[in-house]
Write a protein that binds this ligand. Structure first.
Ligand SMILES: Cc1cc2nc3c(=O)[nH]c(=O)nc-3n(C[C@H](O)[C@H](O)[C@H](O)COP(=O)(O)OP(=O)(O)OC[C@H]3O[C@@H](n4cnc5c(N)ncnc54)[C@H](O)[C@@H]3O)c2cc1C
Length: 299
């Protein structure tokens, strides 16, 4: 009976309850708002231990268990926790986000409702030229004059396309025709216009999302959303958050060859010996990861 009562009590996290309903601003018009959550660190521990029928252990043992699960990718206990947010985001960010298929989504319908005149304009410091090294990235900087010019183009384009949207809804330039259906009027709007959705996923999938989108390889505009959710994660499941940073987000997996390269560098003391096992891009990535270029060769 005691055990049933204990299991019937719904875990709640005061730090998380304090966040419920509050929109956390992201980019120029976006936000992330926590709608609901289920479970906490203890739910993960409870799920991991249920097969053994063991009672609650000490907080230290619980922490060690969560770290163990994270380290060894025993992932199903993390699926016991759920996370639901309301997000307002530019369509181009939504297109990256929606690639994470293991979530439930309800999106604002621009067939049903009229979109607001809100489109994302980067801050001048976010405007950077195409990177020469990374085809999916940006690098370097513009002068203030160049940044203003480029921003004016983006701004003009957004304003023009919204004007066209309004004109189509109103039935043409003189308004004499019946307004075009919303589902067609929207098709000329740019991918920097904002959409909104409810997004619900479990903790395991949230960690997958964050490991890819809070990572420096992800586009900055989605990373800032991931960062807000990473902060929520810390409030919600602090032990899991710490283990996630330790073993996944700020840790690394090494290939067999990379491990051999590391062993060779340790044995010889010469960063150059890594080349025996790795070349090209993989070698460059290992050098960056281990900061091998900061070790003096031959010492
Ligand atoms: C920096 C970066 C750059 C990217 N660039 C590109 C790009 O140029 N082009 C592009 O198309 N995508 C790109 N992506 C998207 C990427 O390929 C993934 O689609 C996205 O990150 C979602 O990852 P996921 O499949 O692990 O997530 P989820 O869809 O949430 O899936 C989680 C896990 O569930 C399982 N799963 C889900 N659905 C299936 C399925 N149908 N079959 C089998 N297993 C499944 C898999 O194990 C998967 O790992 C990029 C992503 C990042 C982070």
């Amino acid at each position: 009976m005691d055990q049933i009562d204990e299991q019937a009590a719904r875990p709640s996290v005061p730090e998380m309850d304090a966040l419920l309903g509050k929109p956390f601003p992201v980019l120029d018009h976006g936000f992330v708002r926590l709608v609901d959550y289920m479970g906490d660190d203890s739910s993960i521990v409870q799920a991991a231990r249920v097969s053994y029928g063991k009672g609650t252990k000490t907080a230290r043992e619980d922490e060690a268990l969560i770290k163990y699960l994270m380290r060894h990718r025993h992932t199903t206990p993390f699926e016991m926790c759920e996370f639901k947010v309301h997000v307002k985001l530019p369509i181009f960010v939504a297109r990256q986000w929606v690639r994470h298929r293991t979530a439930s989504i309800n999106e604002y319908s621009a067939r049903y409702s009229i979109l607001d005149s809100e489109f994302y304009l980067p801050q001048p410091e976010q405007l950077q030229p195409q990177s020469k090294q990374n085809r999916q990235g940006r690098a370097g900087a513009y002068t203030p004059v160049q940044a203003v010019d480029l921003l004016d183009i983006l701004k003009g384009e957004g304003a023009r396309s919204y004007q066209a949207y309004e004109a189509l809804l109103a039935g043409g330039t003189d308004g004499s025709a019946p307004g075009l259906a919303r589902e067609l009027a929207r098709i000329g709007l740019g991918v920097n216009f904002y959409t909104q959705w409810y997004w619900k996923t479990n903790l395991h999938n949230l960690l997958n999302f964050l490991s890819l989108r809070a990572d420096p390889h992800a586009q900055w505009e989605i990373r800032v959303y991931a960062q807000v959710m990473l902060d929520m994660l810390k409030a919600w499941v602090p032990i899991t958050h710490a283990a996630f940073l330790e073993y996944r987000l700020e840790g690394a997996n090494l290939s067999r060859s990379a491990l051999n390269a590391v062993r060779a560098v340790i044995a010889s003391g010469d960063p150059g010996s890594a080349q025996e096992y790795l070349q090209g891009r993989e070698l460059a990535e290992l050098i960056t990861l281990l900061k091998l270029d900061q070790l003096s060769s031959g010492t």
